[in-house]
Design a protein around this ligand. Structure first.
Ligand code: ADP
Ligand code: MG
Length: 228
């Protein structure tokens, strides 16, 4: 995949908000792990994708006008067999959308220690800014996040992780295993490198990233490009 070419084609066709599927394909390309995923448009394709990937699965409706998928019922978690798959497919295809509807068939990721949020926004003065936080109420209510202007060093990434108030959650809080901090550092550096290399990126949102004792996986992402 030639990433620059993919991005410039999107901008040329005025599709500056990449879908979850497209965004995660790009993340995979830069070495960030994502659940196996296939994009389908019929029940037959969905069934064969499910057979390839294996249960348990997640089905999501992918359409350009659906942004907050779970708010509109567009995410079906923990699908365990073909019967549940068919029911989920039907429900999703019945949701209202003015745009072309596709289904993302993806592997259901294991329960994490916690969910993380990693983001990038473009500051008018300083350019690309990276954001890190622990998902859920810590980000939504308490705004417990850290920021750095890109590019960042390994030292900056470690500081971003350690300076949030919720850090103990990553450090073996209440008998839970310690999260793989090196894996988070690695993703922050990859995102930093990616946005520095590709100035056409305006915003990125990896939300959530599931963190484990060993490794992590990004289960939802959105990349927004600058308009031409
Ligand atoms: P939204 O557009 O509403 O943010 P998400 O794709 O983030 O939708 O899905 C909602 C929630 O479902 C996520 O926050 C995560 O907890 C869970 N989820 C999504 N995809 C997966 C997956 N592949 N495996 C496990 N859980 C998932
Ligand atoms: Mg999400």
């Amino acid at each position: 995949m030639n990433i620059s070419e993919v991005l410039s084609n999107k901008i040329e066709s005025n599709q500056t908000v990449l879908t979850e599927f497209e965004s995660k394909e790009l993340l995979q390309e830069i070495g960030i792990s994502i659940p196996s995923q296939r994009l389908t448009t019929s029940i037959d394709e969905t069934i064969s994708a499910a057979e390839e990937i294996g249960f348990p699965l997640v089905l999501k409706l992918i359409a350009e006008d659906i942004v907050h998928k779970s708010d509109t019922g567009a995410v079906k978690l923990n699908i365990k067999d073909k019967h549940e798959l068919e029911a989920a497919y039907k429900d999703l295809m019945n949701l209202p959308s003015q745009k072309e509807k596709k289904i993302s068939v993806q592997k259901m990721a294991d329960e994490p220690i916690t969910e993380l949020i990693i983001g990038m926004t473009t500051d008018a003065q300083f350019g690309p800014a990276l954001m890190f936080g622990i998902g859920g109420i810590l980000v939504e209510l308490l705004e417990d996040v850290s920021f750095r202007i890109a590019p960042i060093t390994e030292y900056d990434a470690k500081e971003m992780i350690h300076e949030i108030k919720g850090f103990p959650i990553l450090d073996g809080y209440r008998g839970k295993p310690k999260a793989d901090i090196d894996a988070i550092v690695n993703v922050l550096l990859k995102v930093s490198d990616f946005v520095i290399k590709h100035e056409e990126i305006n915003e990125m949102d990896l939300n959530p990233v599931f963190i484990y004792e060993k490794g992590l996986i990004c289960v939802d992402a959105r990349i927004i490009l600058k308009k031409k």
